[in-house]
Design a protein around this ligand. Structure first.
Ligand code: IPD
Length: 283
């Protein structure tokens, strides 16, 4: 078991368990706002990387709530959020937050969207960070996954442990697609190779929830190219603390190039397949 209790990077005034509790409280509070404040007709407030990469007013309101609550509870911590970027701190801890992961689902009223909150030490970059604690609150069904480094993963208080499927062909595999047309063309090409080799594919629309579903056995495997730190920080820890392997390709840690999660044997097979078909390139 890994303990960060004596780690010099963890400030004296806090434990992993405290951070996990706070992550859960924050994710639930923002989740309540997203749930109760959803108008019948959601409008697009602005767009980001492409015309289909949308921001709604609720993305901004949810992130503002998270930032207010973090400042009140831990004023010396930094924040990296999907909508407002990075703000600095002095404690060494950064909160990596996604105010609505699955914004397109939120826009359309499709049930898979979540608030994702994680506390990390080290640079807030998946190649460099250590994720200490995280919580993902699925807004529509109200489920909350949490994890603390070395402290396991739960959904609504129930401990989670991944099970190894007998073969890749038996695996239900989650994935997602980016917003850029060239990236999507390449992702479709990879899918052509993956789909015939697995039980089936799910594209549910929230990477944070997908990673948590791996932890709770509702997906066997998950892979996606192009994730941002806030998409994967909390869900990645939940998956790992449930016993899943979280990795990239070619011995790289999981990050925007590629993120793969699942029980170790089948992850190894999927990683080899993704490497063979060049899933970490956009050609
Ligand atoms: C997106 C979702 C989606 C994934 C995209 C992400 P957003 O996040 O997690 O499932 O496929 O790569 O960008 O834009 O809804 O916060």
């Amino acid at each position: 078991m890994h303990s960060f209790i004596d780690d010099p990077r963890l400030p004296d005034d806090v434990t992993v368990a405290d951070l996990r509790e706070l992550a859960e409280r924050l994710a639930r509070a923002a989740g309540d706002l997203v749930r109760t404040g959803r108008p019948d007709r959601v409008e697009v407030a602005s767009t980001k990387s492409s015309a289909t990469d949308v921001v709604t007013r609720m993305d901004a309101d949810s992130e503002a709530l998270l930032r207010r609550e973090i400042a009140a509870a831990r004023p010396d911590d930094a924040v990296l959020g999907e909508e407002d970027g990075a703000s600095s701190g002095t404690s060494g801890i950064t909160w990596v937050v996604d105010p609505i992961d699955g914004t397109v689902n939120y826009l359309y009223g499709v049930a898979s969207y979540a608030v994702s909150v994680a506390a990390v030490v080290g640079a807030p970059d998946p190649q460099e960070w250590t994720v200490l604690a995280g919580a993902v609150h699925s807004v529509v069904d109200g489920r909350t996954w949490t994890a603390g480094l070395g402290g396991g993963a739960t959904v609504d208080g129930r401990s989670l442990r991944v099970v190894e499927p007998t073969s890749l062909a038996q695996c239900l595999v989650g994935t997602g697609f980016g917003y850029d047309a060239d990236r999507r063309r390449a992702q479709a090409r990879v899918l052509v190779e993956v789909l015939p080799r697995v039980r089936d594919i799910r594209r549910l629309g929230s990477a944070a929830i997908d990673l948590c579903l791996v932890a709770s056995g509702e997906l066997d495997l998950y892979y996606e190219r192009g994730l941002n730190p806030w998409d994967m920080a909390a869900g990645g820890l939940v998956a790992q603390e449930a016993g899943a392997v979280l990795t990239g390709l070619r011995e790289r840690a999981a990050d925007h190039e590629m993120t793969v999660a699942g029980a170790s044997g089948r992850v190894g097979e999927l990683v080899r397949l993704l490497e063979d078909v060049g899933a970490d390139a956009d050609e």
